[in-house]
Each structure stands twice: as C-alpha cells, then as structure tokens.
Design a protein. Structure first.
Length: 234
C-alpha cells in the first residue's frame, strides 16, 4: 500500500456498513485510473511508419523495378523509367525516418506510463488483499447473519484483487511487446536500412548482380522485422 490509499479499518456493526466494507478504497482506486489495457496509439503509429518504410524500400529495389517491366517495355526504356522512379522514392525515406524516430520516442514515453499502470494495478491487488485479510480477521466477532454479509463482501474484494493482478500482467505483456517493437525499429532504421541504401548506391561501382542480391537480402530482412512486429501487436 504505497500509494496513500486508505488502510483497512474496523468493520461496521450493521449489515449495511458491512456490505460497504472497503468502499473508501474502491472510491480511491476509481480516481485517476490508467487508460484501458491495449490502448496504445504510439505503437500503432510506429508500426505504420515501419510498414511505409518497407513499402518504399520494396518499390525502390532496383532489381525488383526492372523485373516488373516486360521485355517490350525494356526495349522502350521503361525499365530505366522504373528505376528512376524507384530512386525518387528513396527521397521519401528521409521523411519516414524522421517520423519513425518521433514515433519511437512516443513509444518510449508510453512505456513509462505503462510501467506506472502496471505498478498501480499490482499495488491495487495487494491493497485489496490486505483489506480482505483484515476483514476476515474480524469475522469471528460478528453474529452468524452478519458474518455472511461480510464474507460476501470479502469475496468481492478478493475477486477484484485477482482482476487487478490480471491487469498488471497485461500491462507487463504490452511493455514487453513495445520493447520488442522498439528493438525491431532500431534494427531496421539503424542497421538494415543504412546497409540497404549503401548497397544500392554502390551498384555503379561494379558487380551489379551481387549488389542486387545483397539489396534483396536486406530487403527480406526488413520485411521480416516488420512482419514480426505486426504479429506481436495483433
């Protein structure tokens, strides 16, 4: 009970008072609650930007651009046009990288709030259990009819405590998912994407086929990272 919530008090001597045992605690817990578990727009935004990055890289893949043009189209020079369009698409990467950085920062800030929500739910569960234990210790001093009233109320408090523990676990899972998303975002933006761009830009230095294979391999890794992030958030 580290949040200043009400501490257990002696039970009442009447049925109405017993049926409201712990009401002050429940009132305090209902104030300033966290958003619903799963409400995570920051993670959704980051995933959207990563998907857009993957799409731009896919469209800007030189070998892929040429393969999308028929033999007749190559005779007309459309393969060159496609490749030029692909190169222009790379200019979008800079904007998307800035957006990805901003979205990742938001996810990081969201993780701090999620950690607080997890701690709050866990502490709420412990506090509810403490009230239930304190009430149970006073059962013997009541008459049988009043014992039944209080027992029902204590059961209600314990069920609420169990729900709070479940919520704490859900917040922890969400934090772990966001940590994995941030790690994948960092791998895409700081490792895979720079390597892909370097490979594409170096094609003119020679061994075009090998460079195309390297670019395709890096693109596959980027797509795999995005797909894994999508699967974790579904």
């Amino acid at each position: 009970m580290i949040r200043g919530w009400p501490v257990p008090v002696p039970v009442a001597s009447d049925a109405l008072g017993l049926s409201r045992y712990g009401a002050s605690l429940l009132d305090a817990m209902g104030q300033g609650g966290a958003p619903p578990v799963g409400h995570d727009p920051a993670a959704a935004q980051l995933l959207t930007v990563l998907e857009q990055l993957a799409a731009v890289v896919q469209g800007a893949n030189p070998a892929g651009a040429r393969r999308r043009v028929s033999w007749w189209g190559r005779l007309l020079g459309r393969d060159v046009e496609q490749e030029l369009e692909a190169q222009e698409g790379q200019s979008r990467l800079g904007v998307l990288l800035v957006q990805a950085e901003a979205a990742a920062h938001s996810v990081g800030a969201q993780q701090i709030q999620q950690a607080a929500a997890q701690e709050r739910a866990h502490d709420a569960a412990l506090t509810l259990e403490a009230w239930a234990d304190a009430g149970h210790a006073q059962l013997a001093a009541l008459t049988a009819p009043l014992q039944e009233v209080l027992a029902q109320r204590l059961d209600h408090l314990r069920r609420l405590a169990a729900l709070q523990q479940v919520e704490a676990g859900q917040w922890q899972l969400l934090r772990e998912q966001n940590a994995a998303l941030l790690a994948r975002s960092q791998r895409i933006t700081e490792t895979l994407l720079p390597a892909w761009r370097q490979t594409v830009l170096a094609r003119r230095a020679g061994d075009q086929q090998q460079r195309d294979q390297q670019a395709a391999h890096l693109l596959a890794q980027i797509n795999a990272e995005v797909a894994s992030a999508q699967a974790r958030l579904d």
